[in-house]
Design a protein around this ligand. Structure first.
Ligand code: PMP
Length: 289
């Protein structure tokens, strides 16, 4: 059966839904999206930190001058998960500038919202990953806010392509001054003498998994130089799709074992799967899924 999508208020099979080739977002990346996880819990499907994801999406929409109805997108998320009978799934809402011209003024364009749910595949796998410092720079925040604006992801995709072509799992962005920024789709943490530190950088996406890990670990946030990262006892990454994953290597510098990262990964997976009643507020239950 074809995957069901929610598109501008209606559910339909994905192979029967389409957007015009003159869609502005297709030409310029004028769209904002989210990457959200739903998990199977003992009480059915639950979406993890749905409100926080949709609030970040609203900020991205605002940057592009688009209205975004958070409650409508939340209802669409629930509807599409139920329609697809998905529990462990990846949810992808996308709000984009449609037709009405190919000029650079987005005000006159039509606006569209779709929500897809896809069967879950871990994007970086489930084993410690190998990183390489990217020869590319992250989009600076002054050029483009670090939100989930579709066009901005060309930067991440080019860096990831370059890193994987050299046999690594992902690219590590470092700025002109040698400060660590983030990877192509995850935030970076280090562990030194038992203390968990989350890399803080103005050009990095304010990650929701990062925020979750900080709450679970009681860690701190601050700017971190590449030298300090390479000198850490453990390095790990966090993101909705990657979850929490230890780093095994950065350009030949090997890390491991990673007891703190392993424990945080286990705790994160327990929380998202509904095993921590004190964090129930982070879960949006999907009735009937
Ligand atoms: N950085 C970038 C560039 C990302 O695309 C993501 C994934 N959304 C993250 C970090 C991690 O953010 P989150 O934990 O909110 O998924």
């Amino acid at each position: 059966m074809s995957l069901m999508l929610w598109f501008d208020g209606r559910l339909g099979p994905q192979d029967q839904l389409a957007a015009p080739l003159t869609t502005h977002a297709l030409h310029y990346g004028t769209a904002v999206f989210e990457g959200i996880r739903s998990y199977a819990t003992p009480d059915g499907a639950a979406v993890f930190r749905l409100d926080d994801h949709l609030e970040r999406m609203r900020r991205g929409a605002e940057a592009l001058g688009m209205e975004f109805d958070v409650a409508r997108a939340a209802a669409a998320t629930i509807a599409v998960l139920r329609a697809n009978h998905h529990r462990d799934a990846y949810v992808r809402p996308l709000l984009w500038c449609g037709t009405g011209g190919l000029g650079l003024d987005v005000a006159p364009l039509t606006r569209h919202l779709m929500v897809a749910s896809l069967p879950w595949k871990p994007h970086l796998g489930e084993r410690p990953i190998r990183l390489t410092v990217s020869p590319m720079r992250r989009n600076p925040a002054r050029a483009m806010p670090p939100l989930k604006l579709a066009g901005g992801y060309v930067n991440a995709i080019l860096a990831k392509r370059e890193a994987t072509a050299r046999g690594y799992d992902d690219a590590l962005f470092v700025d002109e001054a040698g400060a660590v920024v983030e990877c192509s789709g995850v935030n970076v943490f280090l562990v030194k003498d038992g203390a968990v530190v989350s890399v803080e950088h103005a050009d990095a996406l304010p990650g929701i998994t990062r925020d979750t890990v900080l709450a679970l670990s009681g860690g701190s946030t601050r700017a971190v130089g590449l030298d300090e990262l390479l000198d850490a006892d453990e390095v790990f990454v966090a993101g909705t799709s990657a979850e929490v994953l230890p780093v095994a290597e950065i350009d030949g510098r090997r890390f491991g074992p990673s007891p703190v990262a392993d424990a945080l990964r286990a705790e994160y997976l327990r929380v998202v799967r509904g095993g921590a009643p004190q964090h129930e507020a982070w879960l949006t239950r999907v009735p009937g899924a």
